[in-house]
Each structure stands twice: as C-alpha cells, then as structure tokens.
Design a protein around this ligand. Structure first.
Ligand code: ADP
Ligand code: GLC
Length: 494
C-alpha cells in the first residue's frame, strides 16, 4: 500500500524524543513488507540535508491575515524511504523544534497548521497516498482538514487516515480565534469536535476525524480510555473504541545493540558479557566519577526531564537511596525544576549521584552499554523505548508498571529464573525505593543476575511484528473508505 507519514520529527533529521525513533524506523519495516512509504517532516534549523532539491516551489497557505508560501524539498531516500521536508524558514529555522526553556513558541498553531496544509497540497504534486499516517498533535490537522476544507477535493476522494497517539499529555491547545486565523470553519468549535474547555484542541480534532486511532502499547490504549490517563479525552476515545488499538513500538537494533554500538568502547553479547565491564568504566569516567568501586551497581537514567517521567519520586527518597550501595548516572534535559533537582542531589551526594544536563546521543548510548540497571519510574508511559534498548544491553530495567513499561518488562523471579526486570505499581517513593532495593539485592548474586541479563538480551522487540499490525490497520481503513464511497459511485454509474 502507499502510505505517507506526516510527523514533526524523525531520526536522523530531528529529534526530541521517542517519536523521532519511531518515525525513523517504522517506515523501513513497512517497506520490507512491500508497502511504499514516504515521510513528510518540517525542515528545521537542525535538519541537515546533503543535496536538497526543490520538488514543489510554492504552496499557497491561506491564513486570515495574509497568504503564506511554503515549499517542499526532497531529502532523498534513506533505506528505501523517501523523505520530504516542508520549508518555511520564518516558522522552522529556529533554535528548537517546539519551544525554548522559556516556553512553547507562541505561534505553534500556525507553524503546524502550515506544515499540515502544505503536506496535503504537496501530495497532489508528489503523489496522493492511500493512507496518511499522522503522529501526535503537530500533524493532527491533516485528518481534520481532509474531512472539512478538502472534503470535496476529488484528489483525496478515497484517502484514509490513521492517527497514532504517542503521548496524550501534549494536545496542542490554542485560543478559539485560532480557527478563523487558520481558515478553519467555526463549526469545529463544538464539544463533539475540537472545542475543549473553551480552547481549540488539535489532538481532539484528530481523535474525532481520523479513520483509525492507534497508540503505542496495548496497555496505554486501555489506560487512555480512563479518567486517570485520558487527560480529559477519555470519553472521546471510549466513544470510538472499536477503531482504537494499541500497537507496541519496535526498536531499531541496528542503532541500539551492544554487538554493534558505535558509541560504546567495547562490544558484548549474551554469549560473552565481558565487554560490559569496560563500558561501565568508560561511563563512570564520562560522568567524572573517579576511583569508584566497580563492583557497585550503576543505575542509569536517560530521559526528557518532564513530570511524566516520575522523577519527583526520586526526590522523595533521595536521602535513603543515597545510603544504598549504588551509583546513579542521569542524562536529561527539559523542565528546569528537574534539572535543578538532579544538580542539587549531585551536590549533596557527589559520589553517588551524577548528572549531565544535556541532550547527548553518544552519552545515551554509553549509559545503555555501561550501566547495570536502567530506571524509568514514569507516572505514565505510552510505550517507552529506553527500557527496551536496556533489555538488549543487559541493563536491567526498573520501571513503574504503566503503559508500555508494563507491557515490555516481566518481573524477575529468582526461583524460576524467569523475568527481565523489576517493576512497581503504586506511584509513590516507598514503592520505588523497595523495588530498587530488591534489584540491588538481586545484583549481589552475580550468577543469577547474569541469567536475568540474558533473559532481556534474548528478547526480540524488532519492528517486524508491529509493522504487520499496522499493515492490518491500513487494510481495514482501506476497506472502510471503499465501503463509504461505493454507494454514491453506483448511483453515478446507473
Ligand atoms: P519519550 O519519547 O517520552 O521522550 P522514549 O523512551 O520513547 O521517551 O524515547 C526517548 C528517546 O529519546 C530515546 O531514544 C532516548 O535515548 C532519547 N533521549 C531522551 N533524552 C535524551 C537526552 N537527554 N540525550 C540523548 N537522548 C535522549
Ligand atoms: C512518546 C512517549 C513514549 C513513546 C514515544 C514513541 O513521546 O512518551 O512513551 O515511546 O512517544 O512512541
């Protein structure tokens, strides 16, 4: 089938989180199943392109105040996938993707509306796909525009839409007058469409208008239909639950595997774990931890620093945690409050807790390779990729049993030798501390610990199975759309 991905980030061109990993890898897995996939992205300042050729010189995007003119450049093919970039420097040639520490860019509605509309217009030149597969609120206006502004456009007659929720916590909320500014009809401003507590909600628009909604794990697909995890949109999802499903993210083992990691100083495998000790030493050096007893277990963290990730629990137990025999190395950036929290903890416990406030892919890999355990105490986690990478590196995950963390990590049972990690359910510091202590105790028995490491390393979370699931969703959407259109066509023929 012919699929166009529309998303706001993808490796190797732009990245703030796991969305980029997914958009960079899933199209290739779909292509290997015989689908044709193109990917549309914004061209940011950080997007490095070798030989960008202009494919659509000018797309007119009408806004209430004035027309804007975007263009589309080709980024060439990568692994058989064609990447196209929407170029509009006033919106995308900026320091960051979505905002700075001072806050989101105030014109994000305009930026991603222009992106979405340009993709639709450009596809008429480049090739209209059978399915637009959109991701998160930044491309949520694609299904909305298709079924409103473009509903009469013959070019899009049979086109289906799939919308994947990577995170319900980011919805794209804007003031009501955003609708006329973007030339969208006022009748979208009702509770059954895009209105949300007096604001316009882009994500809600996609949840109403997309033919099929997916999210990135089974557990999360259930959780978001409840008040605790639905961020106010649980009712919208429950209303259409027959066309909502969870498909677990895969991971790209070409990038994330201890056997061929480009950033680790030593390679290792389930058959020969010895290289991991060198990676651990290298990791400690990278974090400036000198003369550490290398027998002490190292707990790694790689994360956006955001409320979602559960680091307030660490603050609750820091004093007691620091008394344990372990070292924490954390890499992250984001909310000032968490950056400062980790820096404070480092000052207080310099030999126990080290932090790098940065976005650094090389260090992220070094943590996966060199740490003994990986901590993700998330408040909620749609899928989570780092715990899956950690499994492959024998870096045993300690996670909260939520969303994809719950779906991917099985609790370790020393008696049966089964399981891949440690998890806790109650969102509080005590439960986290108990679970970390359980992991530290298990670590003391190195023979069974290595069995635990190998259990994780032997798991296979590659994209193949999940790509097939997406293939089935695309097929269903095709059938739904053909069914919708068959009746009027028959009338025309007769
Ligand atoms: P989320 O998408 O919610 O941030 P995921 O676990 O799905 O969480 O994916 C996070 C991705 O971003 C991983 O590839 C991880 O290595 C990367 N990442 C997160 N924070 C950093 C950082 N500070 N430096 C480098 N990579 C990071
Ligand atoms: C989101 C989620 C994360 C998920 C990623 C990719 O940012 O927070 O859990 O793995 O998207 O789907």
């Amino acid at each position: 089938m012919n699929i166009a991905f529309v998303a706001s980030e993808s490796v190797p061109f732009s990245k703030t989180g796991g969305l980029a990993d997914v958009v960079g890898a899933l199209p290739r897995a779909l292509a290997s199943l015989g689908h044709q996939v193109t990917v549309y992205l914004p061209r940011y300042r950080q997007t490095k392109l070798d030989n960008p050729g202009v494919v659509v010189r000018s797309v007119t995007v009408p806004f209430d105040d004035q027309y804007r003119f975007a263009s589309v450049v080709s980024g060439g093919t990568l692994g058989g996938i064609h990447f196209y970039f929407v170029e509009y420097p006033p919106y995308f040639d900026r320091e960051a993707l979505y905002g700075t520490p001072a806050g989101d860019y105030p014109d994000n509605a305009e930026r991603f509306a222009l992106f979405s509309r340009t993709v639709l217009e450009a596809s008429k030149v480049i090739g209209v796909p059978q399915i637009f597969h959109c991701h998160d609120w930044q491309s949520a206006l694609v299904p909305v525009m298709l079924r409103t502004l473009y509903s009469e456009d013959p070019a899009f007659h049979d086109v289906g839409t799939v919308f994947t929720i990577h995170n319900m916590g980011y919805q794209g909320l804007f003031p009501p007058d955003t609708l006329p500014l973007l030339m969208l009809p006022w009748d979208l401003f009702t509770i059954s469409k895009m209105e949300f507590f007096g604001q316009v909600n882009f994500l809600k628009g996609a949840l109403v208008y997309a033919d099929y909604v997916t999210t990135v794990s089974k557990k999360y697909s259930q959780e978001i239909q409840t008040a605790e995890y639905g961020f106010g949109l649980e009712g919208v999802l429950r209303n259409r639950s027959a066309t909502v499903t969870g498909i677990l993210n895969g991971v790209d083992y070409d990038e994330w595997s201890p056997q061929n990691d480009k950033f680790a100083v030593a390679r290792y495998s389930p058959q020969d774990l010895s290289g991991k000790a060198k990676d651990k030493q290298d990791l400690l050096t990278a974090f400036g931890i000198k003369n550490a007893d290398t027998k002490l277990p190292v707990i790694g963290i790689v994360s956006r620093f955001a409320a979602q990730k559960g680091f307030d629990l660490i603050a609750q137990i820091a004093d007691r945690l620091a008394r344990e025999e372990m070292i924490i190395v954390a890499l992250g950036a984001g909310d000032k409050a968490y950056e400062e929290m980790f820096q404070r903890l480092h000052k207080q416990f310099p030999n126990k807790i080290a932090v790098k406030v940065a976005y650094d892919n090389a260090i992220a890999h070094k943590i996966e390779a060199g740490a003994d355990m990986f901590l993700m105490p998330s408040r909620y986690e749609p899928c989570g990729l780092n715990q899956i990478y950690s499994l492959k590196y024998g870096t045993v995950p300690i996670v909260r049993a939520t969303g994809g963390l719950d779906d991917t990590i099985e609790p370790w049972d020393a008696r049966t030798g089964k399981g891949t990690g440690f998890k806790f359910t109650e969102y509080n510091g005590e439960s986290l501390l108990l679970t970390i202590k359980e992991a530290l105790t298990a670590y003391r028995d190195q023979t069974s610990w290595q069995a635990l490491m190998r259990n994780g390393m032997n798991k296979d979370f590659s994209w193949n199975a999940s790509a097939r699931e997406y293939g089935k969703v695309y097929e269903r959407v095709r059938q739904m759309r053909t069914a919708t259109h068959s009746a009027p066509e028959k009338v025309l023929v007769s």
